[in-house]
Design a protein around this ligand. Structure first.
Ligand SMILES: NC(=O)C1=CN([C@@H]2O[C@H](COP(=O)(O)OP(=O)(O)OC[C@H]3O[C@@H](n4cnc5c(N)ncnc54)[C@H](O)[C@@H]3O)[C@@H](O)[C@H]2O)C=CC1
Ligand SMILES: O=C([O-])CC(=O)C(=O)O
Length: 358
C-alpha cells in the first residue's frame, strides 16, 4: 500500500512538472501530495509567499527574484492571465522554492490559502500624461477583490501593496480588512521602497559615493509632492547645497514619471520596482524569521502626523510593523514640503476610504 502511494505521488509530481498549471489541480484534496510538494528536494523550510499580478511587468521579474530568495519555500503566482507560462518558466530555476501557478478568480482562494506574505502588484500602470490617481478607477476594484480574498484565506499574512495609487489603495485595503473583521494595521504595508532606492541612487550620484553606502529616508506617500525625501538626514551625513537639494527632491519625486516618459506608452517602472519589492519583501521575511533591527520606510497606518496613513521609517518584526519612528528634525525646506505632502495625501486617503465605505 505504502509503495503504491509513493509511486502515485511520484507520478503526480512528474505530471505537475510537465504541466505546472496542473499543480493546484493535483494538490486539491490531496494533503499528502501538498506536503510532499512543499518539501521538494533541496527545498528548505521557509515562508510561503503569493504574488498577485504575477504575470505583469512588475510581477514577472518579482517572481523570478523571489524564486531566488532562500527564505521562500513556496511561491504562489496568481494572475488573471498567463500564469501557466510564467510558472512553467520560473519553476525550472534550480533554487529551493516550489512554484505553483493559479489562473483566474476561481483559483484566487487556493493561491492565498496558507500564505505568510502576499505581494500585490496587480493592476494597470500609467502611460505618459497620467497621474497615479488616474489609475484609481480600475485598480481600486482590483485591490478590493484581492483583499477580500486575503481576509478570507490568509488573514494573518503580511501584505505588501504595490498597486497604484498606493496613497489610496492602502486605505482601501484597510477598509476591506476592517469590514471583514480581520484588520491588523501592523500587517498592511504600502511599498514605497522604490522611492528610497531612487533616492539612494540619485544622492550617491551627486555625492560621488557608492549607492550601497547611502541611506535616504523618504517619508509621506507615493505620488508627486507626497514623496518627501529627508535629505537633511542622509547617511552618511553630508551637506548638500540648496540647488542640489532642490534638484534631488524634484528628481526623486518625479522618478516614476521619468520612467513612464522614457518607456513612451509601454508602461511604468517594472525592473527597478521588482528589485525594490524584493528588497522590501526580504526585509519583511527576515523580520518574520525573528531578525532584530529590520528597519525600512513604508506607507502604513500611523500617528506620526495627523493623517491616518503616512510613510516613514518603521521597524519590522514577527507581526509586521512593530514600531514607527518619528520624522526627526526637519529643516525649513522639508517643513514646507511636509505641509504640501500632507495636503495632497489627505485627499488621496479619503478617496480610498470612501471607495469602500460608500
Ligand atoms: N508602488 C510602486 O512603487 C510602484 C507601483 N507600480 C504599480 O504596479 C502596478 C502593476 O504595474 P505593471 O506590472 O507594470 O502592470 P502590468 O499591466 O504589466 O501588470 C499588471 C498585472 O496585473 C494583472 N491583473 C489585472 N487585474 C488583476 C486581478 N484582478 N487579479 C490579479 N491580477 C490582475 C494583469 O493581468 C497584469 O498581468 C501598477 O498599478 C503600477 O502603477 C509600478 C511601479 C512602482
Ligand atoms: O510612476 C508610476 O506610475 C509607477 C510608480 O509608482 C513608480 O515608478 O514610482
Amino acid at each position: 500500500m505504502q509503495a503504491s502511494a509513493d509511486v502515485n505521488q511520484r507520478i503526480a509530481r512528474l505530471l505537475a512538472h510537465l504541466n505546472p498549471s496542473m499543480n493546484n489541480l493535483q494538490t486539491e484534496g490531496s494533503s499528502n501530495f501538498r506536503q510532499e510538494n512543499c518539501r521538494a528536494k533541496g527545498g528548505s523550510p521557509g515562508f510561503k509567499v503569493a504574488i498577485l499580478g504575477a504575470a505583469g511587468g512588475v510581477g514577472q521579474p518579482l517572481a523570478m527574484l523571489m524564486k531566488m530568495n532562500p527564505l521562500v519555500s513556496v511561491l504562489h503566482l496568481y494572475d488573471v492571465v498567463n500564469t501557466p507560462g510564467v510558472t512553467a518558466d520560473i519553476s525550472h530555476m534550480d533554487t529551493g522554492a516550489v512554484v505553483r501557478g493559479f489562473l483566474g478568480q476561481q483559483q484566487l482562494e487556493d493561491a492565498l490559502t496558507g500564505m505568510d506574505l502576499v505581494i500585490i502588484p496587480a493592476g494597470v500602470p500609467r502611460k505618459p500624461g497620467m497621474t497615479r490617481d488616474d489609475l484609481f478607477n480600475i485598480n481600486a476594484g482590483i485591490v478590493r477583490t484581492l483583499c477580500e480574498g486575503i481576509s478570507k484565506c490568509c488573514p494573518m499574512a503580511i501584505v505588501n501593496l504595490i498597486s497604484n495609487p498606493v496613497n489610496s489603495t492602502v486605505p482601501i485595503a484597510a477598509e476591506v480588512f476592517k469590514k471583514a473583521g480581520t484588520y491588523d494595521p501592523r500587517r498592511l504595508l504600502g511599498v514605497t521602497m522604490l522611492d528610497v532606492v531612487r533616492a539612494n541612487t540619485f544622492v550617491a550620484e551627486v555625492l560621488g559615493l557608492d549607492p550601497r553606502d547611502v541611506d535616504v529616508p523618504v517619508v509621506g506617500g507615493h505620488a508627486g509632492v507626497t514623496i518627501l525625501p529627508l535629505l537633511s538626514q542622509v547617511k552618511p551625513p553630508c551637506s548638500l547645497t540648496q540647488e542640489e537639494t532642490e534638484y534631488l527632491t524634484s528628481r526623486i519625486q518625479n522618478g516614476g514619471t521619468e520612467v513612464v516618459e522614457a518607456k513612451a506608452g509601454a508602461g511604468s517602472a517594472t525592473l527597478s520596482m521588482a528589485y525594490a519589492a524584493v528588497k522590501f519583501a526580504d526585509a519583511c521575511l527576515r523580520a518574520l524569521r525573528g531578525d532584530a533591527s529590520v528597519i525600512q520606510c513604508a506607507f502604513v497606518s500611523s500617528q506620526v502626523t495627523e493623517l491616518p496613513f503616512f510613510a516613514s521609517r518603521v521597524r519590522l518584526g514577527r507581526n509586521g510593523v512593530e514600531e514607527i519612528y518619528p520624522l526627526g528634525p526637519l529643516n525649513e525646506y522639508e517643513r514646507v514640503g511636509l505641509e504640501k505632502a500632507k495636503k495632497e495625501l489627505g485627499g488621496s486617503i479619503e478617496k480610498g476610504v470612501s471607495f469602500v465605505r460608500k
